[in-house]
Design a protein around this ligand. Structure first.
Ligand code: GTP
Ligand code: MG
Length: 246
């Protein structure tokens, strides 16, 4: 049958076609979501507790490299700036507990900060990273701390990291300066190198211990529950960007 585009029947036909397409998309989306949820549930059984950690610091200090070294034991030489946020997971054993850590890697660039700040409130531990070869990145730690104090939960664990320790000749921040700053804010402190894999697992393990201690001391604190479902953890989906290239 040939229908004219102006005829009411043609318009009805178009509407039905449109509805059909939408129904298919809807069913596929539902199936996809259910599949992902089931998968995450299966994964969830493989650990005792889940913590969310966040990496903050100026662009170029090595946040993505620290994360890639921890999870994939890889080092990225070119600087590919993170866009928005990205995350990776790792399960580590601490005090006989299997702890699944979900680590959010944020972009250091100013223009993404409206997005990245949304992730602070879900974090139980925050790494403040500077580059030992950049005094400016060290000075900016104070600004990152004030953002954390404003947006993160009250008892979030803060941890200072001075990265690129392998670049001794280019050093602009002494270990003592790092220690002093950490002490003044009551934070733990380690110098690391994503390049040589120095102190990386130590930093993440120590942070996990701190979060565990804090959640034991203050089980009713304003920290987000460590038993939240994984699929519950991502802030607004549409504002996630995936950049990790390792
Ligand atoms: N020598 C040395 N270079 C490093 C180290 N960690 C990272 N780099 C280099 O520093 C540059 C930036 O590293 P990234 O990890 O991309 O920095 P980032 O903090 O994630 O930067 P943004 O995503 O822009 O916020 C890259 O060229 C890395 O190869 C390190 O431990 N030692
Ligand atoms: Mg990055």
């Amino acid at each position: 049958m040939v229908m004219s585009e102006a005829s009411p029947n043609y318009r009805k036909y178009e509407r039905i076609q449109h509805l059909n397409t939408r129904t298919h998309i809807h069913v596929d989306e539902q199936f996809g979501r259910r599949f992902v949820r089931n998968l995450l549930h299966a994964m969830a059984k493989q650990y005792d507790v889940l913590f969310r950690l966040l990496l903050l610091g100026d662009s170029g200090v090595g946040k993505t490299c620290l994360l890639c070294r921890l999870t994939d034991n890889e080092f990225l030489s070119p600087h590919i700036s993170t866009i928005g946020v990205d995350f990776k997971m790792k399960t580590i054993e601490v005090n006989g507990l299997k702890v699944r850590i979900q680590i959010w890697d944020t972009a250091g660039q100013e223009r993404y900060q409206t997005i990245t700040k949304q992730y602070y409130r879900r974090a139980q531990g925050i790494f403040l990273v500077y580059d030992i070869t950049s005094y400016v990145s060290f000075q900016h730690i104070m600004k990152w701390i004030s953002d954390v104090d404003e947006y993160a939960p009250r008892i979030v664990q803060k941890f200072l990291v001075g990265n690129k320790r392998d670049e001794e000749l280019q050093r602009q921040v002494t270990t003592e300066q790092g220690n002093k700053l950490a002490q003044s804010y009551g934070m733990d402190f380690l110098e690391t190198s994503a390049f040589t894999n120095y102190n990386i697992s130590e930093a993440f393990t120590r942070m996990t211990e701190l979060v565990l201690e804090a959640s034991r001391k203050e089980p009713d604190s304003d920290l987000p529950s460590s038993n939240d479902e994984l699929n519950d953890t991502e802030p607004d989906q549409e504002q996630q960007y995936s950049t990790c290239s390792c």
